[in-house]
Design a protein around this ligand. Structure first.
Ligand code: ZN
Length: 173
């Protein structure tokens, strides 16, 4: 992702004697911004990259940006979720009638609790959101797709246990 434009225009004058290159670098890092899309209202939030995002709240709807649990995704908000988040997004395509989906759900939830806010965890109910299932050509469920910058960077079909799921997701954060 391109750095925020403000972070590129670092002032060259600092208070006191803090004019070393190291200080300038730290200044830039501290000013870097990370975009996190609210899982409740799909608003794009700008957070300081250096700050722990786990306790941050949405500037629009005031709900927590991370709750340590997967969030239901909608067709309307999905593009924003995968394109505007500066963190990788994993989507679990599932259905109510699917036994293996239910079997994997606790592992997916546990991974969310462990890996947020480094990754966004979404659930796509393929019955409620058939357009999303069609767009990503989901032929069997559960299917997990990892997105980064709107692009698919990983995809797995079939249920995984908690350990295998954690190992597979870890390569994307
Ligand atoms: Zn919100």
């Amino acid at each position: 992702m391109p750095p925020d434009s403000r972070s590129l225009n670092v002032p060259t004058i600092y208070c006191g004697t803090k004019t070393t290159a190291t200080t300038a670098r730290e200044f830039r890092m501290n000013e870097a911004v990370r975009h996190i899309v609210c899982p409740h209202c799909d608003s794009v939030n700008r957070l300081p990259a250096a700050r722990d995002a786990s306790a941050a709240k949405c500037g629009k709807c005031s709900k927590p940006l991370f709750s340590g649990a997967p969030a239901p995704a909608t067709t309307a908000g999905f593009a924003k979720q995968i394109e505007r988040n500066d963190i990788p997004v994993v989507a679990d395509f599932w259905a109510e009638w699917c036994g293996p989906c239910h079997a994997m759900a606790p592992s997916f939830a546990r991974a969310a609790a462990e890996m947020e806010p480094k990754m966004r965890f979404l659930k796509v109910d393929t019955e409620a959101e058939p357009q999303l299932a069609a767009r990503y050509q989901i032929r069997s469920i559960p299917t997990l797709i990892v997105f980064r910058g709107g692009k698919i960077v990983g995809q797995r079909a079939g249920a995984m246990n908690a350990g295998a799921l954690r190992d597979w997701l870890a390569q994307y954060v």
